[in-house]
Unconditional design. Structure first.
Length: 512
């Protein structure tokens, strides 16, 4: 269970930086929504543009982050050669992309609907090309377990971005949405300079044979990544083409702003991924690895459900992140988008079975299936139901991909996930959510009080069943002093049949 300790430690660092970073980034949303009215469509432009950016970033990295982790840990490969080969490949593709966009900027911007503002498209193309290249140095930091440097640079980028946005949109009272993109480019260039030691000071070498082998591993991941990112962004790209109302950018802005509130799930999943992925590949041959996968899934689901309840329970307060009440009409999408993000996180946890046996093609099939469902829901129902169809399309797409991956995975790489425990927590969370839905009739403060009680009850079940206070670092010492001897003994000597409980003893030895 030592691996769970490492995951918890690195997840804490990545998670803290990710959550703080996203929280700081959230400061841009009230800033944008305060300066850009829903009717102006300004936030709709931001939502639409960054959806394209997310997709292009996946294409330009073409699965080489995961491939780098896999090949740098293979027995007969030189890690430095793997790293330099990956850098050259991603850098070359990114540079070609930027050059093509510059060459054909007029037709590209027209097709995207920004023919009057081609400079927006040009700036974002250059920005995403640099970002794609920087993904590999950041992956290298994760591989080298340099979590602190990774987190510090990510936070620096976000803090500078916020400061520049505040200067323009608040202090200068700016209204030009294009400055959001210009600021992004400035921050990306700054980040590239900060990372210069990660791609200098060694001999760059491109191994063509190695690259061919890596591509055979990475191309299904690329398909998987494209399908996966389309599950997150296709609705925001397709909406302008299928929504029939004249207020298209206004509606897209409302949906994009409200979906931002639900992104706490993306933070948790991203933090977990950053810590979990390198450890999984590095310890692929270790004993007890299966048990670690099973327990990691369980605790991931427990704490994402807790986060879900906290966001939904305090949504009447969180809505003030959106400065203009005209955006609040879209808050009904928040629980749907959060549930979809939880399923995406579960799907990510399930994805390691085909990565570890080098059968990444399965990931392409699962993600492609989920993406097809999402696209079908959007195409069929956006004209009638607007952005609600976008929210339910993501829910359906992730749900289908998750179920398919679990079903096939149990045949090729069976794992004994604690389904009864997971089912219990899921049932409790759904019950609490339904109860929270009806507390709105009580008024603001009574509903918040009841919601808080429901959250505390859910937390109490977690503590009682799976995370006793005496097992926590630092504060656990206080509870061990007052815990009955019989209970303490039960923690150190779990009864037969309860797999994975040894992690509790390990938690007490965390160096905190």
């Amino acid at each position: 269970m030592g691996k769970l300790q490492a995951i918890a430690k690195d997840t804490a660092i990545y998670g803290l930086s990710s959550i703080i970073g996203r929280f700081l980034n959230y400061l841009l949303m009230p800033l944008y929504t305060a300066q850009l009215s829903a009717a102006s469509g300004g936030y709709g432009v931001i939502t639409n543009m960054y959806a394209y950016v997310a997709l292009i970033l996946v294409i330009l990295t073409f699965g080489m982050e995961t491939t780098y982790f896999r090949f740098t840990n293979k027995t007969h490969t030189d890690s430095q050669t793997v790293y330099s080969t990956t850098l050259i490949a991603v850098g070359t593709v990114s540079a070609l992309f930027a050059a093509l966009v510059i060459l054909f900027i007029s037709p590209i911007s027209s097709v995207m609907g920004y023919g009057d503002h081609p400079q927006w498209v040009l700036v974002m193309a250059v920005t995403v090309a640099i970002d794609a290249f920087l993904c590999i140095p950041f992956a290298h930091l994760r591989q080298q377990k340099k979590a602190i440097k990774f987190a510090a640079l990510k936070l620096l980028n976000i803090v500078v971005s916020i400061l520049l946005n505040v200067v323009y949109f608040a202090w200068m009272d700016g209204k030009d949405v294009g400055y959001a993109f210009y600021i992004n480019l400035v921050c990306t260039v700054m980040l590239a300079l900060c990372l210069i030691t990660e791609y200098t000071g060694f001999r760059w070498r491109f191994d063509a044979r190695l690259m061919r082998t890596m591509l055979s591993y990475s191309w299904p991941i690329l398909v998987l990544g494209i399908a996966g990112i389309l599950n997150q962004t296709a609705d925001k790209m397709l909406f302008p083409y299928f929504y029939e109302g004249s207020d298209m950018l206004e509606q897209l802005g409302i949906y994009g702003a409200c979906s931002k509130i639900a992104m706490i799930m993306a933070m948790i999943t991203q933090a977990f991924r950053f810590a979990y992925e390198p450890i999984v590949f590095a310890g692929v041959k270790d004993k007890g690895q299966h048990e670690m996968y099973e327990q990691a899934m369980k605790y991931f689901i427990i704490f994402t459900l807790l986060a879900f309840l906290m966001v939904v329970g305090y949504l009447d307060i969180l809505k003030y992140i959106l400065r203009r009440p005209e955006y609040w009409v879209g808050l009904k999408v928040v629980p749907i988008v959060m549930a979809a993000e939880i399923m995406m996180g579960v799907y990510f946890n399930l994805s390691f079975w085909y990565k570890l046996i080098d059968k990444t093609i399965w990931g392409a099939w699962f993600s492609g299936l989920g993406c097809a469902v999402l696209l079908a829901v959007n195409i069929l129902f956006v004209p009638k139901y607007g952005y609600m169809a976008c929210a339910w399309g993501g829910f359906a797409g992730y749900g289908v991909a998750m179920v398919a991956s679990y079903g096939v995975g149990q045949k090729y790489y069976p794992l004994a996930y604690p389904l009864k425990d997971i089912g219990l927590y899921l049932l409790l969370a759904v019950g609490a959510y339904v109860a929270m839905h009806y507390t709105h009739a009580l008024g603001l403060w009574p509903s918040l009080a009841v919601n808080t009680l429901l959250i505390l009850l859910f937390l109490a079940v977690i503590i009682r069943r799976d995370l006793p206070l005496s097992s926590l670092p630092v504060i656990g010492k206080k509870f061990k002093k007052i815990s009955p001897q019989t209970n303490e003994a039960s923690l150190d000597s779990p009864p037969p049949g309860r797999r994975g409980q040894g992690w509790r003893r390990q938690i007490r030895s965390w160096p905190i």
